[in-house]
Design a binder for this molecule. Sequence first.
Ligand SMILES: *Cc1c(COP(=O)(O)O)cnc(C)c1O
Length: 431
Amino acid sequence: MAGVDHSKSQELFGKAQGLMPGGVSSPVRAFNAVGADPFFVASASGAEITDVDGNSYLDFVQSWGALLFGHAHERIVAAVSEAAAKGTSFGTPSELEVELAELVVELVPNIDRIRFVSSGTEAGMTALRLARGATGRNKVIKFAGCYHGHLDAMLVEAGSGVATLGVPGTAGVTEGAVSDTIVCSYNDIDSVRSALDEHGEDVAAIVVEPVAANMGLVLPEAGFLQSLRDLATEAGALLVFDEVITGFRLGPGGAQQRFGIEADLVMLGKILGSGLPVGAVAGKAELMDRLAPSGDIYQAGTLSGNPVAMAAGIEGLKMIKEDLSIYETLQERARSLVRALVDAADMAEIPMVASAIGGLAGFYIAGDDVINYEQAQATEADPYARLFRGMLFHNIYFPPSRFEALFLSTAHTEEHIDRVAQAARVVFTTP
Ligand SMILES: *Cc1c(COP(=O)(O)O)cnc(C)c1O
């Protein structure tokens, strides 16, 4: 059981705090929002993650959604090892990039060119610059609670870690950097219409998480994404789908395919690299070819198209192609996970609303449906923090913030969901 011994994690955390701000390399990992200290991971396999004290947890974070096939899948590990033995970075073109590009173009609808980068943040930077360069316009519409990486222009009401820290923006982001950013409300098409009425001719892009997974999990209401498509076209702005989470998670073709809507640019990351750092921007040739060196919009990266990362991505996408039925299973699992949680909450007379789509699940401890950031923020922090700690005590690792989604992998089984159901019943009924 967890709770028995955390001494090695405690010791490492103490040491880490003296060496790294907050002891971590990315803020949410510090567990600040849930009143706990982080465990330090020694290894992971499938759906389980094991800390340095030997405690194992059933992992519903899956490296923040980067893993679709669970931890250390033997095929990914083999692909990475094989690639690494041939050289860890070339700084030249390689066949692996071509192979991954071909796979992405095949799986993701409506794209024929891709630029690889090393993170979702870089994908956001590149998409924004490309949209601005191609349209000759400056402004960008984003949605409160959507996260597009930690680039300055997008760190306004940004969801994810920014929401967890409870700050509206962040120090170090200048007014100038966000003066061209217009924040609209998710699922509120009128807020977009009025922004476009006022600024339409200056708007380069509407950037959206087609399923919002950085303020908990909020699904797009019927017609919302189609209306965004229509309004963008009308205004001459680009529609940018940030599919860093939804890409290869809602289905092989991501949200575009799932909802039958064509975006002008797609941001990818997370699953694209199967646990190694890969991001990308993709779209039609005419637009993508505006990027240097074929075009005049500069973008570059020393480690972009890194062979080891490409090899991981290739293996992951091949596994997807080989068995598309994984998406049905993932969705069933996600649904039974939220059903288990809602049932347990019901029994304890705790209000809960929940949703699941593809390999994504989410819930709020709240009485009313949550369809936007304002409502997500209005949910209480304490009940979630208590649930998090309770689940952790039962060796189940939920996201350490109520503003993150739960991620399923093909390694999660119905038995794992039963474990969650049992633990949740105990946690919810324990005062
Ligand atoms: C994680 C995420 C990003 C940023 O990706 P990083 O690799 O963390 O820089 C961008 N957009 C969305 C929707 C994300 O979930």
